[in-house]
Design a protein around this ligand. Structure first.
Ligand code: SAM
Length: 347
């Protein structure tokens, strides 16, 4: 099963982009300490899926895995750990919470939790509400992330004046000074993303590519090393490659590794994908994720279309184009108006 055919450590900082078949503990043992800038992974959720094996016991040792992850992570490096609980014998297992505590036991800081909110979900008939989210625990080694590029989104009430209140420790509410709301604000920690139902990837539990893109964009710089110990169909490495980061992944299943290699072969580094004059947000990342990551032109077109439209509408005296899923065009009433959604003044 363990197929690495050379001795010694990975040449991690040598642009060795590869996914390997093998147990993650065996693979990590070959990775030198303090070399991985970011881990983005979705571990097996209890025994919810059998993957390519028969699940008869725990598929992996999370305590050992987290200990090894701490060792190989750089100072200021981050681990993004996507997980959810299975419900067995009427109770949620709570494994995800145990894993978070275990990460703290090996000295990671529990930096934050991102909720990956899913639109569709399985119905539960047994006195529970629909379960429509998973956790992404963000663990930090050291005191401060070495890279931080927050995703932003357009503020609904941009340019309006707002005032708020601050509650004092004794409970009294004090008024804050009025301030003008900026055009963009930092993204919240609840990310609403679509499920992945791509049968061609032939994997039962695929992470949304936008999730991987968002995490990698946020906590790495170009050229940094991204690792995934449970790489499955290769999503995290595909996202890393698109964003021009180095990557290493592994999975016990030879079949998944073969598929991931094929997927990676057809994935290209995307240059110049960032939108002009706007901070990057989930909406922009959704434009470079997708079923055909191999289609370099498709990806480039996503933004070119927006710009082309923008220019052609400006030429026709109709502006402004707000970058959203449907590339909405707003008609101006009179020159000087700012469209209600914000953006360029009408000419
Ligand atoms: C939730 S899936 C990961 C899916 C992946 N994020 C994707 O987008 O396709 C978990 C993966 O862990 C693999 N796995 C289970 N135990 C493992 C171990 N001990 N070492 C390495 N991989 C393991 C499974 O084969 C499975 O592909």
């Amino acid at each position: 099963m363990f197929t690495i055919d050379w001795n010694g450590s990975f040449p991690v900082r040598n642009k060795e982009n590869m996914v390997y078949q093998g147990d993650c503990l065996e693979i990590m043992a070959k990775i030198p300490s303090n070399t991985i800038d970011l881990t983005v992974t979705s571990c097996p959720y209890d025994q919810l899926r059998t993957y390519n094996q028969t699940a008869t016991g725990p598929l992996f040792d999370y305590e050992e895995t987290l200990k090894e992850l701490y060792r190989i992570t750089t100072d200021g490096g981050v681990v993004c750990w996507n997980v959810a609980d299975q419900t067995t014998k009427g109770s949620m297992t709570g494994t995800s919470f145990r894993q978070a505590l275990s990460a703290m036991d090996v000295r990671f800081k529990f930096w934050q939790t991102i909720i990956y909110a899913k639109p569709s979900t399985r119905h539960q008939h047994d006195g529970r509400y629909l379960n429509c989210f998973e956790y992404v625990y963000v663990f930090l080694k050291g005191n401060k992330p070495r890279a931080w590029h927050p995703l932003k989104k357009r503020n609904k009430h941009a340019k309006k004046f707002a005032s708020g209140t601050v509650r004092q420790p004794d409970g009294i509410l004090n008024n804050k000074e009025k301030f003008q709301i900026g055009d963009f604000g930092v993204e919240r920690n609840i990310w609403e993303l679509s499920n992945v139902n791509d049968r061609s990837l032939d994997h039962p539990a695929i992470m949304p590519e936008v999730l991987a893109l968002g995490l990698i964009y946020s906590w790495t710089n170009e050229g940094d090393v991204v690792f995934d110990p449970f790489v499955g169909s290769g999503t995290s490495c595909v996202a890393a490659k698109k964003l021009n980061r180095q990557y290493i992944g592994c999975d016990v299943s030879g079949k998944y590794i073969e598929n991931a290699r094929e997927r990676l072969k057809q994935t290209y580094i995307l240059h110049d994908w960032e939108p002009p004059e706007e901070p990057v947000g989930l909406i922009h990342l959704s434009k470079i994720s997708g079923k055909h990551p191999q289609d370099r032109n498709n990806n480039a077109r996503a933004f070119k279309t927006d710009n082309t439209l923008k220019q052609s509408h400006i030429n026709r005296g109709i502006e402004n184009l707000i970058l959203n899923e449907k590339a909405k065009v707003i008609q101006c009433n009179k020159p000087g108006d700012i469209p209600p959604e914000g953006g360029l003044k009408c000419k």
